[in-house]
Design a protein around this ligand. Structure first.
Ligand SMILES: [Zn+2]
Ligand SMILES: [Zn+2]
Length: 324
């Protein structure tokens, strides 16, 4: 056996009277000194896996570390060690998932920024051991859906206000209108693709079994990996404003052809595919520890897109069939 002093934060098993399992494969880790799982090879840090300083009674916050019974000596309440561990593991987190009830806005902005722009940093902050919290994850997903579908409605008037304000200063006698009329088929297609990708990830039963991926963890990986894609309509609105500003500042430009707007929108919206692929790959390799996670990511995106396109074509054909 290895000397426990040589491993930082190696647990004092004599004082740990509850079962400790690997977060990936559920193998018992009780009595182990090495910070790794002998069954699945998962490597971790003991201070994350077993945050003994943060084991508190859920009711009165009394420090329950070292107790042999599941009853708090302070308030007399019985507690569940798993819950105590969940709370302890999430305590130092600054993510929205763990702070959505107490301090939602700063946590939301921070989590979203990391998910959209620095996914590697996001996943390095997430501990493999903490349980994904479904309510805040669903809230995030809903918020992303609304941001995606409603960006033009929400931010269009703001864009008009800014651009027409500029215009009145420069006097070019142009009036900028930011309206985007989505065809229902287009939105439907994107929505189907979005959800088909999640369903595909959940249906990769072999991979999920092999790497012991619970559906909660897959759901978490998916929600954060689509954060950037949900901002694409807002980004295309900003890109159009930039294009329009050429009319204000370059007197030789009189008007911008419609094809330029369509090109800008199309290119930016298509970015959803490579960006979501890259973010899912990072989530699968860094968080879910699936080697060659990019293969799973690529397959799910290809299948999701195929389902979306074929459903849309089928619906369209059904719609025009009576007219033919
Ligand atoms: Zn394991
Ligand atoms: Zn208590």
């Amino acid at each position: 056996m290895q000397d426990s002093d040589s491993i930082p934060n190696a647990p004092d098993w004599i004082r740990i009277n509850f079962p400790v399992h690997c977060s990936q494969c559920s193998e018992s880790l009780t009595g182990r000194i090495e910070p790794s799982c002998p069954h699945c090879g998962l490597e971790f840090e003991w201070r994350h896996m077993l945050p003994i300083d943060a084991l508190h009674c859920p009711k009165c916050a009394y420090n329950v570390f070292g107790l042999s019974e599941r009853r708090c000596p302070e308030c007399g309440d019985t507690f569940d060690w798993r819950k105590v561990l969940d709370v302890a593991r999430a305590q130092t987190s600054r993510q929205f998932e763990q702070n959505w009830w107490g301090n939602p806005l700063p946590a939301l902005l921070r989590t979203w920024r990391l998910a959209a722009l620095q996914p590697r940093k996001l996943w390095s902050e997430f501990d493999f051991h903490d349980r994904p919290q479904l309510t805040p994850l669903c809230l995030l997903l809903l918020l992303q859906g609304f941001l995606f579908a409603k960006s033009w409605e929400w931010f269009g008037p703001l864009a008009e206000f800014i651009m027409n304000g500029f215009e009145s200063q420069v006097r070019t006698r142009t009036r900028f209108i930011y309206q985007f009329r989505f065809s229902p088929e287009f939105m439907q297609c994107i929505l189907i693709g979005w959800f088909a990708t999640l369903v595909t990830l959940l249906l990769f039963i072999q991979t999920n079994r092999r790497f012991n991926l619970s559906w909660r963890k897959i759901f978490r990986a998916y929600v954060y990996s689509t954060a950037f894609a949900s901002t694409l309509f807002s980004i295309s609105l900003i890109a159009e404003m930039i294009a329009d500003s050429t009319i204000l500042f370059m007197p030789s430009v009189n008007r911008i052809p419609m094809s330029v707007y369509n090109g800008i929108q199309g290119t930016i919206l298509l970015l959803a595919i490579p960006v979501t692929f890259a973010h899912l790959s990072i989530a699968y390799t860094k968080y879910l520890k699936v080697p060659h996670g990019w293969v799973t990511a690529a397959l799910s995106i290809v299948l999701g897109t195929t389902v979306a396109l074929s459903t849309t074509v089928a619906l369209y054909l059904m719609k025009i069939a009576p007219l033919l």
